[in-house]
Design a protein. Sequence first.
Length: 159
Amino acid sequence: MSKPIILVLCTGNSCRSHLAEAYLKSVLEEHFQIESAGSNPAGYVHPLATKAMAEIGIDLSKHRSKHLEEFLSQDVETVITVCGKANQHCPDFPGQATRLHLPFDDPADATGSDEEQLGTFRRVRDEIIETLRPFSEERLAKAEAKLKIVSTATSSAAT
């Protein structure tokens, strides 16, 4: 059985959506397929997003910038938009049961020294994690409860 898809959308799919995707994967990957995409993908993952996540032990090296069209024919259960433009231009996906709009500042717009820019990426990373934590905890609890019910039913049927 395939895992339900949670899709994180942003315009460029270079920063915020990858930060959110990576965090959600670190918590929910056992029960969900976590993806990210953009309505106008930049074609790369921002190196400071990669660095900010590496600082907390999450690897973005295999991430790539994707267009949301890659997912239009898939049963996407939950769509999370992390910027206003993606929310305005978000299509409906087959199977979509939930849509959340959680806007965050774009760290790619940060100015200043390299360290100041990295500080902005860290701040946005932390805001994304704190904002998504209740969602991820709820989804994890529901998935584990469902798994326990299935396991109990299977055990009962076998006896």
